[in-house]
Ligand binder design. Structure first.
Ligand code: DX5
Ligand code: ZN
Length: 224
C-alpha cells in the first residue's frame, strides 16, 4: 500500500469580511473551494473585540453545506455552546484561558450536544493540558497569534508546539484528532505547519484580502 496523501483542510475565517454580508461571504468562500468556514466569536471581554453570536452563526450555517467551525473567544463558553450547536455548527472550540473552571466537563457537553469538541491554546499556554482531554476532543486549535484581531504576524515559534501536541495526541492513541492552526497562516508557512502535524489551516486576511480567494484557498491545500 502506498502512502496516503492528505491535503490540508482549509478553513477561511470570515472575520475580515463585511459583517453585514457574512452569510453570503461564507457561501462565496464555499464556492471558491473552502473546506470549512471558521467563525471567530468574540465577546468583548476575553478579547477586546465583540463580533457576533449564534443568530449570525445560524444564518451562515443555513447558507453553506461545508462544516462550520465556531471558535469561541469568550469568557463563559458553557453558556453559549448550546445556542451554537442549535445554530448548526459542527465544531465548537473553547479556550482553557477563559473563566470556565470545568473545561473537561464543557468539552463533554459539546459532544452531548452532537458537535465535535475542540480546545484552543493561546500562545503562552503549554501543550501538556492536551494529555488530560485527549479522549474528549476531535480538534486542538493552536493559536499562532494572540487572539483578538485578524492580520497579525504569524508566530513561527509555535511550530514546536504543533509537534508537541501531535506527539501527545499520538501517544494517547488519538492520531485521528485534527490539529488546527489559527493566526497569520499564508502560503509561506502552510507547508511547514502541515509538516509539523497540522491538518486544518484557518486563514483570514490572506484569503479575504486577496484579489482571487479561490487561488489563495488552493495555495493552502498543501499535501503531506
Ligand atoms: C484571531 C482569530 C483568527 C484570525 C485569523 O483571534 O482567531 O481566526 O482572525 O485571521 P488571520 O489569518 O488574518 O490571522
Ligand atoms: Zn479563530
Amino acid at each position: 500500500m502506498g502512502r496516503v496523501v492528505m491535503k490540508a483542510i482549509v478553513a477561511p475565517s470570515i472575520l475580515g469580511c463585511d459583517h453585514g454580508e457574512l452569510a453570503s461571504a461564507a457561501a462565496g468562500l464555499e464556492k471558491d473551494g473552502a473546506d470549512w468556514i471558521h467563525l471567530d466569536v468574540m465577546d468583548g471581554v476575553f478579547v477586546p473585540v465583540l463580533t457576533f453570536g449564534a443568530g449570525v452563526a445560524r444564518s451562515i450555517c443555513s447558507k453553506v453545506s461545508i462544516p462550520v467551525d465556531a471558535h469561541l473567544m469568550v469568557e463563559c463558553p458553557a453558556e453559549l455552546i448550546e445556542s451554537f450547536a442549535k445554530a448548526g455548527c459542527r465544531y465548537i472550540t473553547i479556550h482553557p484561558e477563559s473563566s470556565e473552571k470545568h473545561i473537561h466537563k464543557v468539552l463533554g457537553s459539546i459532544r452531548e450536544l452532537g458537535c465535535s469538541p475542540g480546545l484552543a491554546l493561546n500562545p503562552a499556554t503549554p501543550p501538556d493540558i492536551i494529555r488530560w482531554v485527549a479522549d474528549l476532543v476531535d480538534l486542538v486549535l493552536i493559536m499562532t497569534v494572540n487572539p483578538g484581531y485578524g492580520g497579525q504576524k504569524h508566530l513561527s515559534s509555535m511550530h514546536s508546539k504543533v509537534r508537541a501536541v501531535r506527539r501527545i495526541l499520538d501517544e494517547s492513541g488519538r492520531e485521528d484528532v485534527l490539529i488546527s492552526i489559527d493566526g497569520g497562516v499564508d502560503s509561506s508557512n502552510a507547508g511547514k505547519l502541515v509538516d509539523a502535524g497540522a491538518s486544518v489551516l484557518v486563514s483570514g486576511s490572506y484569503i479575504t484580502s486577496s484579489s482571487d480567494s479561490a487561488l489563495a484557498i488552493e495555495s493552502l491545500k498543501v499535501t503531506r
